[in-house]
Design a protein around this ligand. Structure first.
Ligand code: PEP
Length: 255
């Protein structure tokens, strides 16, 4: 299975800044076998960056989309409109769920829209601090997987990526804590178990990424957790040097 290193730039950088960043990264990155590097810029930068990138080195992801292919949805972007521009789309990020009130139904529709349009959804799941405190982690992960993938057939399952992002470990969340490798291993095992119980053997092919305050110093430890197939990186992906250092760590760990 490939190792995915995905940078989520969130609502940062102008189009010009995004382009300079990509230019810098493209110059540094040497394509490595079995490694997929992806960046997720703001919507305004998606098209220019898709024209600028070298897809053998870096693929482009959207950070969100709408679940219908066209229609009266003011302010939204259909993934159908991003065909040929992006290869991936982050779906159900905790900021979408908790700041913008995205529901499981929306997440399910967005995942289905991605599959329908040939774009790989990166479905984010993860428990909040209070859900963790009340021992609800397992239920939350199961519910988010079941809901998010409920319209995905067994044949399409290999087109999905899951990102486990405990909300309490995301660097921009107040009082964020580092997740321990044991915490992550337990959750990743649960996620794989739910996937297998629903889809059977096919579930082994789904990459599971980890995200939550990843930086060049802890990336190696996170990547060696059994069952972790890559990283989704927020804050540290905003600095090209740090993102590149994480890529170098991943190359060493996977060599
Ligand atoms: C994220 O928001 O997806 C994320 C993982 O952010 P950070 O790496 O900053 O914790």
């Amino acid at each position: 299975m490939k190792t995915y290193i995905v940078g989520n730039w969130k609502m940062n950088f102008t189009v010009g800044e995004s382009s300079i960043y990509l230019h810098k990264l493209l110059k540094r990155i040497k394509p490595a076998k079995g490694m997929q590097i992806v960046v997720a810029p703001s919507p305004v930068a998606l098209q220019p960056l898709s024209l600028q990138t070298d897809r053998k080195k870096i693929r482009i992801s959207a950070q969100n989309c709408w679940g219908r292919d066209f229609g009266a949805y003011t302010g939204e972007t259909a993934i159908a409109q991003l065909k040929g521009i992006v290869d991936y789309c982050i779906i159900g990020h905790s900021e979408r769920r908790h700041i913008f009130g995205e529901t499981d139904k929306m997440t399910k529709e967005k995942v289905a829209a991605c599959i329908r349009n040939g774009i790989t959804p990166i479905l984010c799941i993860g428990e909040t601090e209070s859900e963790r405190t009340f021992g609800e982690t397992a239920d939350v992960l199961r519910d988010q997987i079941v809901a998010g993938l409920s319209d995905v057939s067994k044949e399409d399952l290999k087109k999905v990526i899951i990102a486990y992002e405990p909300v309490w470990a995301i660097s921009s969340v107040k009082g964020a804590k580092l997740a321990s490798p044991d915490d992550i291993a337990q959750s990743v095992e649960l996620i794989r178990k739910y996937l297998k119980s629903t889809y059977g053997k096919e579930a082994e092919e789904i990459p599971i990424l980890f995200g939550g305050s990843v930086n060049p110093s802890n990336a190696g430890a996170y990547l060696t957790i059994p069952g972790v197939n890559g990283l989704l990186i927020g804050g540290a992906s905003l600095i090209a040097d740090q993102f590149n250092d994480i890529i170098e760590v991943a190359k060493r760990v996977r060599a």
